[in-house]
Structure formats: structure tokens, C-alpha cells
Design a protein around this ligand. Structure first.
Ligand SMILES: NC(=O)c1ccc[n+]([C@@H]2O[C@H](COP(=O)([O-])OP(=O)(O)OC[C@H]3O[C@@H](n4cnc5c(N)ncnc54)[C@H](OP(=O)(O)O)[C@@H]3O)[C@@H](O)[C@H]2O)c1
Length: 264
């Protein structure tokens, strides 16, 4: 299916690996010129090259920046002031006991997982509204609606994104601009894969067996019983960025492998 995204431009934050990179690839497959972001210059350059080689009709570009740094963030905005799609993907996560969530930790999580997305959206959304076309996506998590208690500092920042998306969606009334949130469940980014490999490093098992055992022992409530592949989130995001998805307005969209037990 042609998603009618050819020659659009998209900034995907944190797109040198994991879910962000998969989203960039899924968009580039549709002919989107993707702006690749991450803090590491070499990873950004390699990702740009990889996407250019795979999709030579597109023009991926380098948007290297530590988005936590206001000056670096503004440099990205100044270099690429006009985009059609903004995917706010950057996010940090780790398991943490609430007693260790001090003010410094909380500040770091709120800045990285919420304030960066808020700041970029504040700039790009109004430009999209002026042009009456655009897509803003937030990548949250199932933790936004179902905090496990294992990472409270993370869950609150993901709930904040849901609230922001709905507030901002009100600004899009009557316009072909959408603001939506995807809530992925546990997804096999490189980081997650490494964690699983390390957990079973003394076992002579292939990765699929390790994955199955991890799911059974730790995520028995997942109906999928495997990690979601980043590519699955990528393809969903590409669809939601397409003109066919204009009726999604301020929606929290679950691709969580059935881990959230509620009806909606
Ligand atoms: N993996 C999961 O199971 C899962 C589940 C639900 C939701 N999510 C959400 O999905 C998003 C992506 O997760 P992931 O697992 O794919 O992450 P990841 O593998 O850790 O990738 C993070 C990306 O962000 C970049 N990055 C990190 N800090 C940055 C900063 N300050 N400025 C610019 N770039 C930065 C990293 O590159 P550099 O290190 O070079 O900067 C990398 O490209 C996050 O928001 C996460 O909360 C993940």
C-alpha cells in the first residue's frame, strides 16, 4: 500500500538505533526524507548512509544533537525549520526503586522524556497548523497507562506525554494536522536484546529460546509472548503519519502485545 508520503520530510528524535531507527526506515521506505538524530556523530552518519543506500530516492540528513542541550536543539530547529512529520521518540528508561528517585533523577527523566518533545513540538506544531498539514507523534509506553511500579520515574513521564498530546490535539480542530501517541509494549531494541543476552549468558540457548523463557518468567501477562520487533512499531508509525490516518486525533494507540489487560 502506497502511504502517499513521498517527498515529505520527517524529524525522528533518537533515530540511530532501536525504535527510532525502525521508524526512520519505515518512513524512508515510503519515500520520506528523514532527519536522523542522536548524540553520537558516527552513529548518525552511519545511519544516514545506511538509509541512503537502502532508499536512494530519498535524501536522509544528519540532525545530530544532544536534544537536552537547548543550543543544540535550537540548531536542529534552525537547520530544518520546515518539516511535515515530527516523531518524538527519544526516551530513557531503567528499572528503579522509588526510594532512589531523587529530585535529580526525576529532573533528568522529565527533561529527556517530556521536555525535549514538548519543546520541539511547540516549535513545529504551529508551523504545521499554519500550513494546515502535518503529523506529530509521541512514543510513550504501556507504562503510561499501566505503571508496573518497577520504573516509577519513567512511567510518570510517559503519562505526561499522553496528556500533552490530547491538549495539543485540541489546537488541531478542523485542520489536517494530527497529534497522537503510540504506546509500545516491550520491544526488542538493541538495548533490550543485550539485557536478555546478559541474563542468560551462561545458558547454551539460541536467542529465541532465551526470549521465550524470559517472557514466560517475567512477562507471563503478555499475550504475544515475544518482544515486539522495532519494525512493527516503525510500520505502524508510518501509517499513522500518512494521509489515511487523519481521523486519529489525540489518540493513545496501543501496540503492546496485549500486555495491558483492559478493554480500552
Ligand atoms: N524498547 C522498549 O521496550 C520500549 C517500550 C516502550 C516504549 N519505548 C520507548 O521508545 C523510545 C525508544 O526506545 P528504544 O528502546 O528504541 O531506545 P534506545 O535503543 O535506547 O535508543 C535511543 C535513541 O535515542 C538517542 N538518544 C538518547 N538520548 C538522546 C539525547 N539526549 N539526544 C538525542 N538523541 C538521544 C540514542 O542515540 P545516542 O545514544 O547516540 O544519543 C538512540 O538513537 C523511548 O522513548 C522508549 O521509552 C521503548
Amino acid at each position: 500500500m502506497d502511504l502517499k508520503l513521498k517527498n515529505k520530510t520527517a524529524l525522528i528524535t533518537g533515530s540511530t538505533k532501536g525504535i527510532g531507527k525502525a521508524i526512520a526506515i519505515a518512513l524512508a521506505r515510503e519515500g520520506v526524507h528523514v532527519l536522523i538524530n542522536g548524540r553520537d556523530q558516527e552513529s548518525v552518519e552511519n545511519t544516514v548512509l545506511e538509509i541512503k543506500n537502502k532508499f536512494p530516492d530519498t535524501c536522509p540528513q544528519n540532525a545530530k544533537a544532544n536534544l537536552l542541550d537547548r543550543i543544540e536543539r535550537e540548531a536542529v530547529i534552525n537547520t530544518y525549520p520546515d518539516i511535515d512529520i515530527l516523531v518524538n521518540n527519544v526516551g530513557i528508561y531503567e528499572m528503579m526503586d522509588y526510594k532512589d528517585v531523587d529530585e535529580e533523577v526525576l529532573e533528568k527523566y522529565i527533561q529527556t522524556n517530556f521536555a525535549v518533545a514538548n519543546s520541539l513540538t511547540k516549535f513545529y506544531l504551529y508551523k504545521m497548523l499554519e500550513r494546515n498539514v502535518g503529523r506529530v507523534m509521541f512514543i510513550a509506553s504501556e507504562e503510561a497507562v499501566m505503571p508496573s511500579g518497577l520504573m516509577p520515574q519513567y512511567a510518570i513521564t510517559k503519562s505526561m506525554l499522553l496528556s500533552l498530546a490530547k491538549s495539543l490535539s485540541k489546537l488541531t480542530t478542523g485542520k489536517d494536522v494530527t497529534v497522537n501517541t503510540i504506546m509500545p509494549g516491550p520491544t526488542l531494541s538493541e538495548n533490550v536484546k543485550q539485557i536478555i543476552e546478559e541474563m542468560f549468558q551462561d545458558k547454551d540457548m539460541d536467542f529465541l529460546d532465551k526470549e521465550a523463557r524470559f517472557m514466560k518468567e517475567n512477562l507471563a501477562h503478555s499475550e504475544l509472548q515475544r518482544f515486539i520487533r522495532p519494525d512493527e512499531i516503525g510500520r505502524l508509525t508510518a501509517f499513522l503519519c500518512s494521509p489515511y490516518a487523519g481521523a486519529f486525533k489525540g489518540s493513545p494507540i496501543r501496540m503492546d502485545g496485549g500486555i495491558v489487560p483492559t478493554i480500552i
